[in-house]
Design a protein around this ligand. Structure first.
Ligand code: GSH
Length: 203
């Protein structure tokens, strides 16, 4: 059985959604990110010395970290679901291109917004940068249903989790942005509803 170490509403929501989407058998273990302990009473740093969720863990002690790697691993296990393009194809590199952008150019910027010591002016500039990078993705989305085209992929689960951060920090996406309709479209997927419920984020 797989275990996902997660924190409610954090980036670990992305692999959680894909575990639901792919019909995997898995259990959840919540992490206290401040104390670095797990809900089952374990030392989280012994599981992931990087101290971050998500972690995907196997019963034999194998662990996989990093959102982009976990998402692609999960997608590859259920090729019939079409959650990742086949390895080695140009479409797969396009997916990796997008996952890298989400990780390094958007996800990591949110870190500063959590830190009480970081000055407000820096935080405001960071929010503007996040909005400009989301605007780029809004262009990539255009009038398509999903980030990579007409097919829902693991990149959509990642972007959905990051869009949840914007709501949390009051970063306002323009009312006419296709990202808002997109967010609603992804939120309506059964797997997304299940994951949000299990994390206690919706009723
Ligand atoms: N590079 C990592 C980043 C993961 C990350 O930033 N996780 C955050 C939650 S969204 C976290 O666990 N932060 C706790 C900490 O930094 O102490 C990945 O892509 O998985």
């Amino acid at each position: 059985m797989l275990t996902l170490y997660y924190y409610p509403g954090a980036c670990s929501l992305a692999p959680h959604i894909i575990l639901e989407e792919g019909g995997f058998e898995f259990e959840l273990n919540a992490v206290d990110l401040y104390q670095k302990t797990t809900e089952s009473g374990g030392d989280f740093l012994a599981i992931n010395p990087k101290g971050c969720v998500p972690v995907l863990a196997w019963e034999d002690g194998t662990v996989l970290t990093e959102v982009g790697a976990i998402l692609q691993y999960l997608g590859d296990q259920v090729p019939e679901k079409g959650l990742v393009p086949e390895a080695g194809t140009m479409d797969r590199y396009r997916l990796q291109e997008t996952l890298s952008y989400l990780s390094s150019e958007i996800h990591k910027l949110f870190g500063a917004l959590y830190h009480p010591e970081i000055p407000d002016q820096y935080k405001e500039e960071t929010k503007k940068t996040i909005l400009s990078r989301l605007a780029y993705l809004s262009g990539q989305l255009g009038d398509r249903d999903y980030l990579m085209g007409e097919t829902y992929t693991v990149a959509d689960a990642y972007l959905f989790a990051l869009l949840g951060f914007t709501t949390h920090f009051g970063i306002e996406i323009a009312a006419d942005s296709p990202l808002l309709t997109y967010m609603g479209r992804v939120a309506n997927r059964r797997a997304v509803v299940n994951a949000l419920r299990k994390e206690g984020l919706i009723e």
